[in-house]
Ligand binder design. Structure first.
Ligand code: ADE
Ligand code: ZN
Length: 338
């Protein structure tokens, strides 16, 4: 419909996009060849970029996806790989009128393979500077820790980033946590969130994606998380106390509808709790999560929702403005964008 053109043109902010999740199969194979990285030969999905794309259509759940996600990112080795990855995403996002993006990365998945934290951060920063010059797009990095690794690794990675001055100099805007959810409830991460809070660093966490609503409550109570990535299970379970709390505290849920369908967290886009979010007055943004794996960038997520929910122009303007208002950029930048 004509609203798709309108949705593409709408100035937007994106808050939930894993840079490693923007690694398209073609670049993945190109970098594997460049670095002589052997992809699993026993899995027919790694026969070609096309075969891999086909496999991406059949994720059974979050962990099934994560298996491919961590293999995929093992081809990122040199600084130029990280820079190319981020710049390709910024280029695509700018073409869809993303004016401000807050993007995740998973340092532990790279430092564990011998890539230096400073190489990763400095390379992303080069891509960010180019995006600002070339597209007038502002971007911020959110460093995520991996829930399937011990707390000690998160604490060490946090300490290293802090020691290298990446929070103080603004290279890193916040911390987050991602990866497998069900076996790793929010309270496990208390110490690293306490350390971040003590240093005045912003905090978000993936919760209520595949895991239950009470992981979201715990993230607020025990981690003092200021933002929740996904969080849809709060709405789906109808946890009214939590829903009113999210609304009254103006906590932003960074939601990812296509991702939720692809990882079978919901059966279809029609099951995405969009009307509940709006009715309850919960702040939310619409995002792409891992666009190369789920087959859609931000615009495709906006359009998929429009296909199922047929919102008005006014409702979409409120959503897009809300994404800018919910951003962690300066108030001055928000004013520019509104
Ligand atoms: N890492 C990358 N994408 C993720 C997701 N959707 N949930 C948890 N961890 C992730
Ligand atoms: Zn995510």
């Amino acid at each position: 419909t004509s609203l798709h053109t309108f949705l593409a043109a709408l100035p937007k902010a994106e808050h939930h996009m894993h840079l490693e999740g923007s690694l398209e199969p073609e670049l993945l194979f190109e970098l594997a060849a460049k670095h002589d990285v052997t992809l699993p030969s026993t899995d027919p999905a790694f026969a070609s970029p096309a075969a891999l794309r086909q496999r991406y259509d059949n994720f059974q759940n979050l962990d099934d996806f994560l298996g491919y996600y961590y293999i995929g990112m093992s081809v990122l080795i040199e600084g130029s790989d990280f820079e190319a990855l981020a710049y390709a995403y910024f280029t695509k996002a700018a073409s869809q009128n993303v004016r401000h993006a807050e993007v995740f990365f998973d340092p532990q998945a790279h430092t564990s393979r011998g890539v230096e934290l400073s190489t990763i951060v400095e390379s992303f920063k080069r891509a960010q500077a180019r995006a600002e010059t070339d597209f007038g797009m502002t971007t911020q990095l959110i460093m995520c820790f991996l829930k399937h690794l011990p707390l000690s690794g998160a604490l060490e990675t946090f300490a290293q980033a802090k020691d290298e001055g990446f929070f103080a100099d603004g290279s890193l805007a916040a911390i987050g946590m991602d990866s497998s959810e069900l076996p790793f409830p929010s309270p496990m991460w208390k110490d690293v969130y306490a350390a971040a809070k003590e240093s005045g660093i912003r905090r978000t966490i993936h919760a209520g994606e595949e895991g239950p609503a009470h992981y979201v409550t715990q993230a607020l109570d025990i981690l003092d998380a200021q933002r929740i990535d996904h969080g849809i299970r709060a709405l789906m379970e109808g946890d009214d106390e939590l829903i009113s709390r999210l609304a009254s505290s103006k906590t932003l849920l960074t939601t990812c509808p296509i991702s939720n369908v692809k990882l079978q967290c919901i059966p279809s886009i029609a099951a995405f709790p969009l009307k509940k979010l709006i009715a309850a007055g919960v702040r939310f943004s619409i995002n792409s999560d891992d666009p190369a794996y789920f087959g859609g960038y931000i615009q495709e997520n906006y359009c998929a929702l429009q296909e199922s929910f047929d919102l008005s122009v006014g409702e979409w303007e409120t959503i897009a403005k809300g994404s800018i208002l919910g951003s962690w950029c300066s108030e001055e930048r928000k004013t520019q964008l509104l």
